[in-house]
Design a protein around this ligand. Structure first.
Ligand code: ADP
Ligand code: MG
Length: 375
């Protein structure tokens, strides 16, 4: 493992920014920390970098109180010896300074030195090294040229940050972080300030770069598409805690909580009773009711002109968005529930669906998260 975070809690005064957070990142892995603003992503990244100190474990237990604290107490003393620690390649880094940790760090807002050329910006981290650790002039020059090639900005070394586009600047920021050849690369919303098209390109480029450099990368983002596309694993965070850790496929198709399914894309919520962890037609029709909810993603519903089975629900088409590979069909059920169904555009054309039409929708899959439901 490159990075291990063991039961870390961080409080600012009485505010809990991270609560009993544990995660391990394998060498060469690209992990995304995904969550809404304020969920603790930056705090976790800063703790890994050494810019912030985690709470001592004793405080952590008293803060987490009943639930998580109880769990912590239930664990054996042996398994608690690393609580509150960050390990790099198995070593406790508590006493290591930011520079001793030798991580590459890139922030959302380009922190390039305005008065330095692109070349000088990239060379900076090497030039400021103590004399005995500093590579020779020729070596620095070779490394900077290699990096310029890697970020596809050869020939632009003499430019100043002002003379670059936003995307180019962020690539320089990455090259600068990579110049010190960090084993661990930490990226905090590095593409956050750029427009969608540039972000998409940089995302693909980052994935290639990560593979070429063979680094271990932790990427903070609030953009679920970015996290799902670029990473090997996603850590979904919410309100200072980790909701789920898994591959993009796992977190998308097997979300562990209501928060995860809701955060990772559009979802229709049907209330009603569920039976034996599954669902039936009665559920969607809303009777008999209880307070469990069923979550069905837009692509997990089909549309037909006739009822397919007892689960099919009549619904009226409100409007159709056809601009895309999938048509987004917005409907309203007899119970006034708004539903979105995504179907391939070819199917939409084949069915020649029109606004105002009555059709049937049938769930192909449903997710139920009920904590208090006993079968
Ligand atoms: P994210 O990066 O997921 O948006 P942060 O880790 O930046 O979230 O912040 C988590 C919470 O901790 C926020 O509510 C923020 O206001 C709070 N916080 C972060 N840093 C500090 C600090 N130095 N002092 C007080 N509160 C902080
Ligand atoms: Mg942040």
């Amino acid at each position: 493992m490159s990075v291990e975070v063991h039961h870390v809690t961080k409080t600012f005064g009485s505010y809990v920014a991270l609560q009993d957070v544990s995660v391990s990142v394998a060498t060469g892995e690209l992990v995304a920390l995904l969550g809404p603003s304020g969920s603790g992503k930056t705090t976790l990244l800063r703790i890994i970098a050494g810019m912030e100190v985690p709470d001592p474990p004793s405080v952590a237990v008293s803060v987490s109180g009943g639930g998580a604290g109880g769990d912590a107490q239930a664990r054996s003393d042996a398994s608690r010896k690393d609580d509150g620690k960050i390990l790099f390649f198995g070593e406790d880094v508590a006493t290591w300074t930011v520079s001793q940790r030798q991580v590459g760090f890139v922030f959302q807002h380009y922190a390039l030195f305005k008065h330095m050329s692109v070349y000088e910006n990239i060379a900076f981290g090497l030039r400021v090294r103590p004399r005995q650790l500093r590579p020779s002039k020729t070596e620095i020059d070779q490394r900077v040229r290699r990096l310029l090639q890697l970020i596809q900005l050869e020939g632009l070394g003499d430019r100043f940050p002002m003379q670059l586009s936003g995307g180019q600047r962020q690539r320089v920021a990455l090259a600068r972080a990579l110049a010190i050849e960090p084993k661990i690369l930490l990226l905090d919303e590095p593409f956050g300030a750029l427009d969608a098209k540039v972000r998409q390109k940089l995302r693909e480029w980052l994935r290639q770069l990560h593979e070429t450099m063979n680094t271990t990368t932790i990427l903070v983002t609030h953009d679920q598409e970015e996290a799902l596309e670029v990473s090997d694993r996603v850590v979904v965070m919410n309100q200072a805690k980790i909701e789920q850790i898994g591959t993009p496929e796992e977190v998308f198709h097997h979300p562990a909580s209501e928060f995860v399914i809701d955060f990772l894309g559009s979802v229709n919520v049907f209330s009603g009773r569920h039976l034996e962890g599954d669902f039936s037609g009665r559920d969607l029709h809303g009777e008999p009711r209880d307070d469990s909810k069923m979550y069905v993603r837009p692509h997990e519903l089909s549309i037909s002109r006739h009822a397919e089975d007892e689960r099919s629900l009549p619904a009226r088409i409100q409007r159709i968005h056809r601009a895309g590979a999938h048509a987004k069909v917005f409907l309203q059920t007899a119970l006034d529930q708004n539903v979105r169904v995504d179907i391939p555009i070819t199917q939409c054309h084949a069915l020649s669906l029109a606004d105002g039409e009555q059709v049937y929708i049938t769930p192909l899959n449903a997710h139920v998260f009920s904590t208090d439901f006993n079968i």
